[in-house]
Every structure is written in structure tokens, then in C-alpha cells.
Design a protein around this ligand. Structure first.
Ligand SMILES: NC(=O)c1ccc[n+]([C@@H]2O[C@H](COP(=O)([O-])OP(=O)(O)OC[C@H]3O[C@@H](n4cnc5c(N)ncnc54)[C@H](O)[C@@H]3O)[C@@H](O)[C@H]2O)c1
Length: 394
């Protein structure tokens, strides 16, 4: 297949691009390199050093004799995006290319607006470019489990059968996103559904859980192919952050009660899920949603797992609770369905102690690169003077 991977220089996109290339697909990466710029702007850096986009693509060709084409293009630049789509005539577009940090989107108005412009305009452009230049191509779009929030009922895969006043319909699942970033994903989902209904496009919305891990077979093949490992308070995800804290002997910091339960998956399953979606494309006019996670954990459970593995490695690690900078339920019901990808062949990689130990070991090996000032949360969902009751919906 000819696959255009938008956001292919990022964490999930890089691993996926190489995985698909290794399996014989013709991969083009389109990336604005915005994420590298946001890191610089906020004084952040991947814990594991990553090569420049050009250098890592060249290294892939050197190691495997396979070419991955690189287009440094912003998806918000419609003409440039169309040029690439028209030239490549892709069979599929995998769209990872968005601002994906909830804290980033909550820093201030400027960051909320930048997140919305980048994500919403980019997504609209992808849909219009498909309509104009590749109407049969399958769009595989990364959404997030965070679109659903934490409803007091089971979370279905995108749709819910609703009985109302004696009638019944299959409707989009109600969404209660928890940040301005997550709100962009809800808007994207609506746009995708609309474009499929109206223009007959075909799209799969992968509502992904929180990804952990850094190594895949392909990114481990050379240091210049290494993937990013984010641990900072803006882009770091929870398990990676706990492993970095454990490697330093730093307390594992839970926000609030730690009962926040979410779906998680290994980066090695992310790449496989995208492959499965590509191998089983949506029909023309079909918009479908796959919940892309393999296991559910509460934040406190994860901290306990990491502390236990760290203790086994001789690292003394305590768990501390910090005031929660986010507005979210800290104890809640959570049960999300994830059967669609399994039904199509996903064989999940459960979170094992070896994976946690591996992440701690990578963090320990790069400990001189860790800036401890970047670990504690700094972005609050509401200013400290705001009384909590003001945030409760009336
Ligand atoms: N990492 C996770 O745990 C996670 C969880 C759920 C969903 N997702 C989703 O998966 C996707 C990838 O996430 P990630 O962790 O790899 O993020 P990332 O920040 O590592 O990568 C995103 C990439 O997209 C690029 N990009 C951003 N805006 C762009 C634009 N307008 N045009 C072209 N390129 C652009 C960035 O430069 C970056 O290389 C995102 O859409 C994210 O919302 C990620």
C-alpha cells in the first residue's frame, strides 16, 4: 500500500512509519516538525536523544535498504498538503499530526487557540484533500479515549444504541472531554462522520488510550532510529513519567486520589492496531470507531506496579499525592469496550514487569539528561484563586 503518515516524525507516527515500511508498504512521512519546535519553546527534550527527521529517515534506508519519503509540510497549509496527496495518490492516510498534549492546551488562551487552529484546520484540510485528490483512500485518524470522559455507564466503541420515547437509534456516544486538546478530537470525530456521510469518504477513528514504552523492533535497530521518550509535565505520559521518577529515586507523584482510570497500550500494539485498520479498510461512506487500548489501570495502580518493580531493582521509591492540577473525577466508574481490534486480529501485549523494568533502565542510562524541574506539574486547569465549586457544572 502507498501510505501517507501525517505526523510521522512523532512518537506514535515514527514507530508506525518504520513498522509499515518494514512490512513492504510505501511510506511517505508528512510532518511540520511542529512538535520539535514546541519542545524548544518550552525548554523540553526527549529523554532518549532523537536524530533529526532527515537523519533518521536516511538511517532507515541505510539499515534496511528501504526508502521512506519525508515531506516537511504543515497540514494546515492546504496547497502544500494537496500537492503531496496528489503526487502520492495514497491508498491510505494515517493522521497522527496534531498537538496532542492536554496540559499544553490548558496553559493559556494562546495555547488553547493554537491547539484548535492546528488540529481543526489540519483535520479539515486532510478531509478536503482526500475529497479532491484521493476520495477512495482510507483515512485512519488518531482520536483518543479522552474524548469520552468518565461517564457512569460502559463506554462503547463510538456509538450507543439509545431508546427514547419508544423509539431507538444508534447515535454517536456522548462525549465529555477533559481539556481543550481533547475537545479538538471530539470536533475531528464529528468532521470525519460528516465527511463520510456527505461525501462517501471512508474513515476509521482510532480512539487511542495512553501509550507507553519506547522500543519497537524497528526503532531499536540503531541509535539514530530511536523514538522519543517524554517525561516532562507537558508531553510526558503517566507510565513513562513514573519510570523516570523511579530511576532517579524520586517519589512517584500521583495527582489527587489516583483513582483516575484510563485505557493504556504498549507502543508495539499501537503500530499493530494501525496495521490492522489498514488491512481491513472502512467501506465507502463508512465512519467507524475502534477503541484502541488493551488494558485499564488507575493511576494509583500504575504507581504501585512501578514502585514494586523499582524495589525489585533495588530502587527505594515512595508514592506521594500532589494536589490535582486538573479538573477531573478522581474516583469514578470506568469500563470501556475494546473488542473491534481484537476481533480483527490484535493480540494484546499486556503490561509486564519486564516492560516497566526496561523503561526504568532506559531512564537510568540517560539520567544525566533528566531535568528534574520539568517533572512537577505547572499547568493548572483553573487558577488557584478559583473556588472549586465554580468548576462544577450547574
Ligand atoms: N501518545 C499518546 O499516549 C496518545 C494517546 C492517545 C492519542 N494519541 C494521538 O496520537 C497522535 C500522535 O501522538 P504522539 O504521541 O505521537 O504525538 P507527537 O507530538 O509525538 O507527534 C505528533 C507529530 O505530529 C506533528 N504535527 C503536529 N501538527 C502538525 C501539523 N499541523 N502538520 C503536520 N504535522 C504536525 C508533530 O510535529 C509531531 O511530529 C496524536 O494525534 C495524539 O492525539 C496519542
Amino acid at each position: 500500500m502507498k501510505v501517507l503518515v501525517i505526523g510521522g516524525d512523532g512518537y506514535c507516527g515514527w514507530a508506525t512509519s518504520l513498522y509499515l515500511s518494514a512490512r513492504g508498504h510505501e511510506v511517505t512521512i508528512l510532518d511540520s516538525l511542529a512538535r520539535r519546535a514546541w519542545d524548544r519553546e518550552h525548554g523540553l527534550d526527549s529523554l532518549v536523544p532523537i536524530a533529526s527527521a532527515r537523519r533518521r529517515v536516511d538511517e532507515w534506508t541505510r539499515v534496511t535498504r528501504r526508502a521512506v519519503r519525508l515531506e516537511t509540510v504543515d497540514a494546515t497549509d492546504y496547497e502544500a498538503l494537496c500537492r503531496v496527496v496528489a503526487e502520492i495518490a495514497p491508498d491510505a492516510i494515517v493522521h497522527f499530526g496534531q498537538q496532542r498534549s492536554a496540559p499544553f492546551s490548558m496553559i493559556d488562551r494562546d495555547h488553547a487557540v493554537r491547539t484548535h487552529v492546528n488540529n481543526t484546520v489540519g483535520n479539515l484540510n486532510v478531509l478536503w484533500a482526500l475529497r479532491e485528490y484521493a476520495p477512495d483512500a482510507h483515512l485512519v485518524k488518531l482520536g483518543t479515549m479522552g474524548e469520552y470522559g468518565t461517564p457512569n455507564i460502559d463506554i462503547e466503541e463510538g456509538f450507543l444504541v439509545v431508546e427514547h420515547q419508544g423509539r431507538s437509534d444508534r447515535l454517536p456516544f456522548p462525549k465529555q472531554p477533559g481539556s481543550f486538546y481533547h475537545l479538538t478530537k471530539v470536533s475531528d470525530s464529528d468532521q470525519l462522520f460528516f465527511a463520510c456521510r456527505t461525501w462517501g469518504l471512508r474513515a476509521t477513528d482510532l480512539n487511542q488510550g495512553i501509550v507507553y514504552g519506547t522500543l519497537t523492533a524497528e526503532t531499536a535497530a540503531s541509535p539514530a532510529l530511536a523514538n522519543r521518550y517524554d517525561y516532562d509535565h507537558i508531553f510526558g505520559t503517566v507510565l513513562n513519567r513514573f519510570c523516570v521518577q523511579a530511576a532517579l529515586g524520586h517519589p512517584l507523584t500521583i495527582y489527587g486520589q489516583g483513582g483516575q482510570t484510563r485505557g493504556f497500550l504498549d507502543i508495539r500494539d499501537t503500530v499493530r492496531c494501525v496495521e490492522i485498520a489498514l488491512e481491513h479498510p472502512a467501506q465507502a461512506g463508512e465512519y467507524r470507531v475502534f477503541n484502541q487500548f488493551t488494558e485499564m489501570f488507575s493511576v494509583a495502580e500504575l504507581a504501585e506496579r512501578v514502585a514494586r518493580v523499582a524495589a525489585g531493582l533495588g530502587l527505594a521509591t515512595e508514592i506521594v499525592r500532589l494536589p490535582n492540577p486538573r479538573s477531573e473525577r478522581e474516583e469514578h466508574y470506568y469500563n470501556a469496550r475494546n473488542t473491534n481490534l481484537r476481533a480483527l486480529g490484535l493480540d494484546p501485549t499486556p503490561l509486564g514487569d519486564a516492560t516497566i523494568a526496561g523503561l526504568i533502565a532506559i531512564a537510568a542510562a540517560h539520567r544525566e539528561r533528566i531535568d528534574v524541574r520539568l517533572i512537577p506539574p505547572r499547568v493548572a486547569w483553573r487558577p488557584p484563586h478559583d473556588a472549586p465549586e465554580r468548576a462544577v457544572a450547574s
